[in-house]
Design a protein around this ligand. Structure first.
Ligand code: MOS
Length: 756
């Protein structure tokens, strides 16, 4: 992408290893100066504005739209409804693989959830399109909305998450509970949450005959291309998607959503480029969310404080028409050693938009329940909650019995506790006050997240001026991917980072896989690493086969690439620069390709997870119940750290999200209408600066040779897990009140009844 220039300041010249250096975000200056072009910043000539009209009911049908009134608006160009929208080649309700959302793209007059698109108004200006959408004044045939986990009959979903089994057990949980000397059973509720990225799902779409060109945020460009190719009946090569930056994805931009497809349909309908940008409240429905859960955890321990059983049951909701079920119980497969573990899920179908992956989907919801329950069990045993965790954390993955790198977890507990000052924590609650009389509480939670890797590809080039190129169709979501990946690229090419041109953000580059599941650095990184190795091998072949090269005949001894030169491995006095090799061969450049894929043998022999421990301090006003998280220390072990500055920042982001989960975020639904009542950043609370405590993230070194050749695990989502539970446990320690509904709000703390 020629319009994007990424560079490092001279201070960042590396002279050797690029990986491991704390470089700043290479796109940072573009972003803070407003020069980074996001999807909605594009404005092709002749472009029109499309605005969605969305349903104000949650279930029923659209009986009437005043299309004539909207079209009478002088600047409205067209109104697209189910009656006239261009045909699709594929039923948007069809789902041929798990990486598809069923879409609402005006296929009929049914309403399946509030805020479902029911028409698209296309106009010369945004204002006119907005006004046109109001003029449609829809009327409905309304049916009662099914909301809440108890409104309809439940069932065992055929799969949870992406095709995981809903029920799993190892050992006999009932026997384990019966044999226990202490047992607890507790039920926790978590709220529906919405992604609330800064950047909405915006799209600018333009057709040129059968060719489609779009600017839209996407966490997986090739997946999006394939989905659109199916819907529009054109070949994927005819679809060009540009998605250099995302203003937050969080999972909601992992798969193509209905509104994005409607933007493309609108452009087709009017035969002109069209921009469609969701308003904030329109994101509460058609683009995914984290569903509410009710989780019951039963735990038993023997007289030595060792777990005898963990049973974790989740009831959760999906839409009436699609298949995502939050896999909350599965966290109990991973964290604590127990001879008996049973996890189960139960689903209901409600008149809501389909839930979707949202930052640690399953792990975030599940760990807040499990970490609360573990704390309650420690209390029942009279044990310090950290000591109880040290007694029971898993040395091998409990559900599979496979080894994993849990040694680092013990170090996370130890280093986090030391830094936090945990040893001074009184066992009983309500023992600590600050100078202002606020109750102070300390809590701990264990963090974990699977180390995932997907398939991806990259292309590498060495040019005869001695510089390199690395390209792949990845995006920078804000996490700093383009910096970390460029560091891997530079080392793979044996160059300094300023000598590598990094091209990304466009679907005509090699498929970088999906940036999700905290697996992007491993996925794209391994593809880059392998592409670098491939191009260096080609360069080495050129040199070693040429009698005029000092590397001639290096043969099996081989060469090593460093600083833009190839050195003979067994005699570093013999070397040659990339430029010299290419010049002699008469080549302008040489190209290599790389792929990433996880190793099936390693996958079947080892369980792969990152680990961590989070310590939280909260302060609670004893009269008003107002809660503030004041201090967080997290210690995380997540394999090789490509860029410690960015990794620490990822942990901070995760920990802030954990605070948000524990204390702030909740979508409130009106049970009468099935509408979310707070679909805006004024009333849907996310932490602002004043809510963010002092944060510290300790990077615990870990060498896990099994995950991939670079030893990379994910760091994006693990910070949420552990943190939400640690904050909840700290609230208990401050107040002596165990709140089992999330978020923990002051009304729940001062409520006199035991039903919290
Ligand atoms: Mo994510 S929820 O893996 O984008």
């Amino acid at each position: 992408m020629s319009e994007i220039a990424l560079s490092q300041a001279p201070a960042h010249l590396r002279h050797g290893s690029n990986m491991g250096q704390p470089l700043t975000r290479r796109e940072g200056v573009l972003k803070v100066t407003g020069r980074a072009r996001f999807a909605a910043d594009n404005h092709p000539s002749g472009m029109l504005y499309a605005v969605l009209a969305v349903s104000s009911i949650a279930r029923g049908r659209v009986a009437f739209l005043d299309v004539a009134a909207a079209k009478r608006h002088p600047r409205v160009v067209e109104v697209m409804t189910p009656a006239n929208r261009p045909p699709l080649a594929q039923d948007p309700d069809m789902r041929t693989n798990p990486f598809m959302f069923r879409l609402d793209v005006l296929q009929n007059d049914r309403v399946r959830y509030a805020n479902q698109p029911i028409a698209v108004v296309i106009a010369e200006t945004l204002e006119a399109a907005t006004e046109g959408a109001v003029l449609l004044s829809p009327s409905y045939e309304t049916e009662p909305a099914r909301v809440g986990l108890d409104s309809v009959e439940s069932f065992v979903p055929p799969g949870i998450g992406i095709g995981n089994p809903a029920e799993v057990q190892r050992g006999n949980v009932e026997a384990g509970l019966a044999a226990a000397s202490q047992r607890i059973e507790a039920t926790y509720e978590t709220s529906a949450q919405y992604h609330n990225a800064m950047e909405p799902h915006a799209i600018v779409a333009a057709w040129d005959g059968e060719k489609l060109s779009i600017d839209t945020p996407s966490q997986g460009l090739a997946l999006a291309q394939g989905r659109l190719a199916g819907l529009f009946g054109i070949s994927p090569e005819n679809i060009h998607i540009r998605s250099p930056f995302l203003g937050g994805g969080f999972g909601s931009k992992g798969l193509m959503t209905g509104p994005q497809v409607l933007g493309i349909l609108a452009a087709k309908f009017v035969g002109r480029p069209v921009k469609l940008v969701l308003r904030r409240e329109q994101m509460y429905g058609p683009v995914g969310h984290r569903p509410l859960t009710r989780q019951t955890v039963r735990i038993g321990v023997d007289s030595d404080g060792a777990l005898t059983a963990i049973a974790h049951h989740t009831k959760t909701a999906s839409s009436t028409f699609d298949e995502f079920f939050e896999p909350a119980s599965d966290i109990s497969h991973t964290l604590y050693a127990s001879p008996a573990i049973a996890t189960s899920h139960e689903g209901v179908r409600l008149d809501i938009g389909t839930p979707m992956f949202m930052r640690a989907p399953g792990e975030a919801t599940g760990s807040v329940a499990l970490e609360s329950a573990i704390d309650e069990m420690a209390l029942a045993c009279g044990m310090d909650p950290l000591a109880f965790r040290l007694r029971n954390y898993a040395e091998t993955e409990p559900i599979s019995g496979k080894p994993f790198s849990s040694k680092a977890l013990r170090e996370c507990y130890a280093r986090g506790a030391e830094r936090f000052g945990w040893a001074r924590r009184p066992l009983a609650p309500r023992q600590m006050r600050d100078g202002a009389g606020l109750l102070v509480g300390w809590g701990v939670g264990t963090a974990t997240f699977p180390a995932l890797m997907f398939q991806g590809q990259a292309r590498a080039v060495i040019r005869n001026d001695g510089t390199g190129v690395m390209e792949l169709g990845a995006q920078d979501m804000g996490q700093g991917a383009w910096t970390a990946l460029a560091q891997i690229a530079a080392d793979g090419l044996g160059l300094d980072i300023h000598e590598v041109e990094f091209r990304s953000g466009s679907s005509d580059l090699p498929d970088a896989g999906i940036a999700g599941g905290s697996g992007h650095t491993a996925t794209a990184g391994m593809a880059i690493h392998n592409a670098g190795a491939d191009v260096i091998a080609k360069l080495a072949d050129l040199a070693m086969g040429d009698q005029r090269s000092p590397l001639f005949g290096a043969g099996n001894a081989g060469v090593v690439a460093r600083g833009g030169r190839l050195f003979r491995r067994d005699d570093e006095g013999r070397s040659e620069s990339y430029a010299e090799i290419l010049a002699r061969a008469g080549l302008a450049e040489v190209e290599g390709r790389g792929k990433s894929a996880s190793d099936p043998a390693a996958q079947s022999n080892f369980a792969m997870h990152a680990h961590g421990a989070v310590f939280a301090e909260v302060k609670v006003d004893p009269e008003l119940g107002q809660i503030r998280a004041t201090r967080l220390v997290g210690a995380f072990a997540a394999g090789r750290i490509i860029n410690p500055r960015l990794v620490r920042s990822q942990y901070y982001g995760g920990m802030i999200w954990g605070v948000s989960f524990a204390l702030h975020e909740r979508a409130v639904m009106d049970p009468r209408s099935g509408r979310t009542m707070n679909p805006n950043l004024g009333e849907y609370h996310v932490p602002v600066n004043a809510d963010v405590p002092s944060l510290e993230a300790i990077l615990v070194e870990e060498n896990d040779p099994h995950v991939n050749a670079l030893g990379i695990k994910g760091v994006g989502e693990i910070g949420i897990t552990g943190t939400a539970g640690a904050v909840a446990n700290a609230v208990w320690h401050a107040t002596g009140v165990r709140v089992r509904k999330f978020p923990i709000t002051l009304d729940r703390l001062i409520e006199p009844s035991p039903a919290r």
